[in-house]
Write a protein that binds this ligand. Sequence first.
Ligand code: GDP
Ligand code: MN
Length: 391
Amino acid sequence: MKLHEYQSKSLFKEFGIQVPQGLLITDTDDLSAKIEKINGPPWVAKAQIHAGGRGKGGGIKLANSLEELKSAVRDILTKPLVTPQTGPEGKRVKKVLLEEGVDIEKELYLGLTIDRSLASPVMIFSPEGGMEIEEVAKKSPDMIWKEYINISTGWLPYHGRNLVYRLDPLPDKSITGQIISTMAKLYRLFMELDCSLAEINPLVITKDNKVIALDAKINIDDNALFRHKELQSLDDPDEKDPLEQKASLYNLNYIRLDGNIGAMVNGAGLAMATMDLIKASGGEPANFLDVGGGASEEMIKRGFEIILSDPKVKAILINIFGGILRCDVLARGLVSAAKKVEIKVPLIIRLEGTNVDEGRRILSESGLSFLVAEDMEEAARLVSEQVLKSN
Ligand code: GDP
Ligand code: MN
């Protein structure tokens, strides 16, 4: 689960990490009264969406007067924000974080995540903060410094010294002390909240020698959410893909992808193999959908409706190996979905297994138009051909 910057900063505060004074708003009502509580001008208005790179996209605006602030907030709330991570259509912003402007001396990067190959938390520190850290990692990997932390001993002060004393020139003792202390607090937050990522980019040194988290990003491990009832309300449905959200209502394992071939498969392994075959035959999957072994007619129907409502989908492949999920149940689900929504794209079906004859009979008597594939390879080939034809 991803958290917004304003949510992450309020957790930072709880753990003693310094953040600018701030206030969350959703409109410009009573702005002059509200902003009185925040040091400034200058103030900074920050769009609250999950995508990064807001600075470059116009989602972070500095204002030197109330008038400027008002127009900055209006701008953010009315125009979709386009960043390298939102896609060209951009994202509507509903919440804006107002903050005191900070006089920046230097921008650093500080992040904590899990290195999966070593199964270890890793603290990442860089003197090249502010811009995209991915770019720094590509262009000057020697500027990305890492410290692996043994979870049985936890964070130790020498981890911090190893990172901070690489700064050149070395800031004064009060600043290095504040950075090292921020690292220790970030580690405690990361472990206590079961994070998969806790990132401060930039962590700034201010002109008056304070160390402040100017940006904040926290991702919580979904598998640990059951231990954090207090965090569950931080989930923002506005940030989710609407089709994925719908799918989760019906307990369907659905993930939207960038391609144009919709797929409905039973079993995660078969679904992965089907996606591989689609790619191998030159196509691009529009989704991963595992309807699972025990899918009901209703779930099949809902899954099919979700695929049909994705405007990117140019052809659909249904690949079912009936085991616990019987082929006749699948067929009835498809037919009942097709009664509700007109199917305008080619449909390729490969059915095998339990009750396959009855399943085929239901499909052929339904008046539904579809192509039959004898095996998976043929199915993938047919569906990719159909998409090429339609282009
Ligand atoms: P991101 O682009 O989505 O990562 O948003 P950030 O919160 O990191 O802001 C991007 C950049 O805006 C920062 O790297 C700073 O250079 C600048 N910025 C943000 N807040 C302030 C501020 O209070 N004062 C100044 N001078 N610059 C700021
Ligand atoms: Mn940032």
